[in-house]
Write a protein that binds this ligand. Structure first.
Ligand code: GLU
Length: 266
């Protein structure tokens, strides 16, 4: 009889260990303390774009992922773990990023992500680290000069999961909006003449115009898109850590250096 209890206890303990010890992914620990998990793992895992020139872009010839967001991630890895190479990048898109963070696939998102009230229900945001505004990209010589020209019969290209889709539907309700999986696909479609304009943040559109001089931005920005770094909902400790880090790189000149490397002031 006694032996049976002892055996049952053993089985229970084993099951308990299985349940608590087997968190998966980047922040896989039961306490939901990302900072602690990063230090134990000795590696920072950040979700960045691979499709967004100047912010997070995988160069097809070199295979390297580079941009403003990537450099911010490297600086954070250096601050956290003393070495910017202790950073693992994972590809996210506007559509997949929130779920990847929720799943614990990444510790944080540094991915051209606008801070919105809606998104705050699902993630924690740091302070603003970049300010953008939504605009339009068109072929040079296009009759579209501003958002007012997006009338019935015009096709506007945008990316799923972005604020750009919601905003354009609200601000140009007569235009037809075609939604793509990522910015590479949307830009390819614009180049192929599948739409009259592509809409997203001006910061991203500059990166496209930079890649193909047949295209230009038109009109004034018609929204405000303050970018924040997203961490797991409720992880205030890690959010504060990144806010302190942002203050530090802004005051020691590192932020300006990174910005000057990628962003041309227009
Ligand atoms: N900043 C906007 C957003 O968060 C557009 C850029 C993007 O798709 O990431 O949705």
């Amino acid at each position: 009889m006694k032996k049976k209890y002892w055996l049952m206890g053993l089985v229970l303990a084993f099951l308990l260990a299985l349940v608590t010890g087997c968190g998966s992914g980047a922040s896989g620990n039961a306490s939901n303390d990302t900072l602690d998990a990063i230090k134990k793992r000795d590696k920072l895992v950040i979700g960045v774009k691979y499709d967004t020139n100047l912010f997070g872009y995988k160069d097809p010839s070199s295979g390297k992922v580079e941009g403003f967001d990537v450099d911010i991630a490297k600086a954070l890895a250096k601050k956290l773990l003393g070495d910017e190479s202790k950073l693992e990048l994972k590809e996210v898109t506007s559509k997949t990023r929130v779920q990847m963070l929720k799943n614990g696939d990444v510790d944080a998102l540094i991915a051209t992500m606008t801070i919105t009230e809606e998104r705050k229900k699902e993630v924690n945001f740091t302070d603003v680290y970049f300010m953008a505004g939504q605009s339009l990209l068109v072929k040079k010589g296009s009759p579209i000069k501003s958002i007012e020209d997006l009338k019935k019969g015009t096709k506007v290209l945008a990316v799923k999961g972005s604020t750009s889709v919601t905003n354009i539907k609200e601000k140009a309700p007569d235009a037809e909006v075609l939604e793509f999986e990522n910015y590479s696909e949307a830009f390819t479609a614009l180049k192929a003449g599948q739409g009259d304009a592509l809409t997203t943040d001006n910061s991203i559109l500059y990166g496209m115009a930079d890649q193909d001089s047949n295209f230009e931005l038109t009109g004034e920005p018609f929204t405000e898109e303050p970018y924040g770094i997203a961490v797991k909902k409720g992880d205030d400790k890690f959010t504060k850590y990144i806010n302190d880090f942002l203050k530090e790189i802004k005051s020691n000149g590192e932020y300006d250096k990174i910005k000057a490397k990628w962003i041309k002031e227009e």
